[in-house]
Design a binder for this molecule. Structure first.
Ligand SMILES: NC(=O)c1ccc[n+]([C@@H]2O[C@H](COP(=O)([O-])OP(=O)(O)OC[C@H]3O[C@@H](n4cnc5c(N)ncnc54)[C@H](OP(=O)(O)O)[C@@H]3O)[C@@H](O)[C@H]2O)c1
Length: 283
């Protein structure tokens, strides 16, 4: 059983440094941090909570079964602890949304299964956060950076067509998106919270970056990508796979759902243009 360490002032210099120290210390971090892969450590973490937000990182294990087990275990622990509102960071089933055409998107399917399982547990209130493509992916997430070329242009490391559409979120805006469900658990009960500023085409993404940075930015051609080692992300995310081309992650109702959520948000989400400006320099 993990132990509970309560720090007042965790956002400040003393408390914040202590939290960083505990989490980075190999002994203390095991003692005081719940481990998603060890269900027996979870009850102490959720004990007494009114609201739980749960997220798992598929890429730590690259196993849908492992992610599903982690996600279900947190939901079980939260339900047993009498949590009132459970918010699961989910994603849609691409198999379902593509009518069975695209069935190998493991990290979406596992999250979608946890969403379905969570609904069976009888929480007073649930909500399901569906994050779009992080704007931060352009600088991190283990993806290649935007690369300047000798001719003065720069390329995004994805061989995607101009017209490909994706919902984009500045993930540091997450609280803005969850606020309506926190204010009105009943109104959002069982619903999806689609986290994105807008659905942008690749052309809009590249053109905005060109305008803001003053350097011509475009998406890579297939020939410009580094040779693939055959991994799923290289084959299906960097390249224009059936997964990437199947349409927006948010389904047919995505644009309408986004509009309705934005109308309930107090604070405007960060646009791609604002993100590009605040994240410079890029090259
Ligand atoms: N990138 C995108 O565009 C995108 C879009 C939609 C959804 N997603 C999904 O977002 C998820 C990742 O979330 P994120 O971006 O917040 O990831 P992240 O920044 O890598 O954070 C993962 C967090 O989970 C914690 N964690 C990992 N394993 C744990 C364990 N066994 N027990 C307890 N805590 C554990 C980590 O803590 P430590 O660092 O201390 O281990 C860290 O705090 C992925 O499943 C991905 O599919 C990503």
């Amino acid at each position: 059983m993990s132990k509970l360490f309560v720090v007042f002032g965790a956002t400040g210099q003393q408390g914040g440094s202590l939290v960083d120290y505990l989490l980075n210390n190999p002994t203390f971090s095991k003692q005081y941090k719940a481990d998603l892969s060890k269900p027996e450590t979870l009850p102490a973490a959720v004990e007494g909570a009114d609201v739980v937000f749960s997220v798992t990182n598929y890429w730590d294990t690259a196993s849908g079964e492992a992610e599903e087990a982690q996600g279900n275990a947190v939901a079980d622990a939260a339900r047993a602890a009498g949590v009132s509102q459970f918010i699961w960071s989910s994603l849609p089933s691409i198999a379902k949304d593509s009518n069975g055409r695209v069935t190998d998107v493991d990290h979406f399917e596992s999250k979608a299964r946890v969403e379905e399982y969570t609904k069976t547990l009888g929480f007073p209130f649930t909500a399901f956060f569906h994050a779009g493509w992080y704007m931060q992916n352009a600088k991190s997430a283990g993806l290649p950076p935007v690369t300047p070329l000798p001719d003065g242009t720069a390329i995004f490391p994805f061989a995607w067509p101009d017209e490909l559409e994706l919902p984009y979120i500045d993930i540091t805006d997450i609280g803005k998106y969850l606020a309506p469900a926190l204010r009105d658990p009943e109104g959002w009960n069982g619903k999806r919270i689609y986290g994105a500023t807008a659905i942008y085409t690749c052309k809009e993404i590249a053109d905005t970056m060109t305008r803001v940075t003053g350097r011509k930015v475009r998406y890579a051609t297939l020939a410009e990508l580094p040779p693939s080692t055959g991994s799923w992300p290289e084959e299906n995310v960097l390249r224009p796979s059936p997964f990437m081309l199947q349409g927006s992650f948010f389904g047919k109702n995505g644009p309408a759902e986004l509009k309705s959520l934005h109308a309930q948000m107090d604070e405007a989400p960060t646009t791609w243009e604002e993100y590009v400006k605040k994240s410079s320099p890029w090259f």
